[in-house]
Ligand binder design. Structure first.
Ligand SMILES: NC(=O)CC[C@H](N)C(=O)O
Length: 217
């Protein structure tokens, strides 16, 4: 495959930022909103935004079955933030009617780090990506509370006294506490997900990682 064609699910959220980052990372990048457009791509990015809204629009735009099928067929997908939620097998603190593609055997907690005002930035080292840690931006981000056997943890954000990951007021009883490390990047086969938004910082290493994943698939 010379230049992989990668779509960005263009229903809501940070669509154009991902298109630009994918183009900078060497892909033929384009928004995808119709089933026929999905047929033409080798890989898909599900952007950050609002997973409950994306879930509704996926049905309105008749993309649920086509995306489920492509995922079952091995199409690489990268989900960022709301996109991570859309890829999770199980969602805690979601809306009862929200439904994702359930491709990654993991449980994510929606809005786990707190509200919009609790947004924060922190360094995150990603396994398989060389160089310095990412300057990771978290906006009403989920974290990963459980991963299945087939899931590779690629990155964690470290809490610690005084750092933003510890600001959450109400820790879930099941979680290890406010200063624990949180899983924020995972991969299962051709599915990749991060709690943070690499498309916002001009660091294209994660998009390059995904472009290579699509090339290899
Ligand atoms: N920046 C984001 O993508 C936030 C995700 C949002 N909290 C959701 O539930 O989908």
């Amino acid at each position: 495959m010379a230049t992989p064609v990668i779509g960005v699910l263009a229903l809501q959220g940070d669509v154009l930022e991902h298109v630009a980052a994918l183009a900078a990372a060497g892909a033929d990048a384009r928004p995808v909103r119709r089933p026929a457009e999905l047929d033409a791509v080798d890989g898909l990015v599900i952007p950050g935004g609002e997973s409950t809204t994306i879930s509704k629009l996926v049905d309105i735009f008749e993309l649920r079955e086509p995306i489920d099928k492509r995922i079952a067929g091995g199409m690489p997908v990268y989900g960022s933030c709301a996109g991570m939620i859309m890829l999770a097998a199980e969602v805690l603190d979601g809306r009862p009617d929200q439904r994702g593609f359930q491709g990654i055997e993991m449980t994510v907690r929606r809005n786990a780090f707190g509200r919009q005002v609790d947004s924060f930035e922190a360094p995150v080292q990603i396994a398989g990506v060389d160089g310095e840690p990412f300057h990771a931006v978290f906006i009403r981000a989920p974290w990963v509370e459980r991963v299945g056997a087939g899931v590779e943890v690629l990155g964690r954000v470290t809490g610690g006294s005084g750092s933003r990951p510890g600001v959450r007021g109400a820790e879930p009883a099941s979680s290890p506490g406010p200063t624990a490390d949180r899983v924020v990047a995972v991969r299962q086969g051709n599915l990749l997900a991060t709690s943070f938004h690499p498309e916002l910082t001009g660091d294209h290493r994660l998009h390059r990682y995904f472009v290579e994943l699509v090339r290899a698939a």
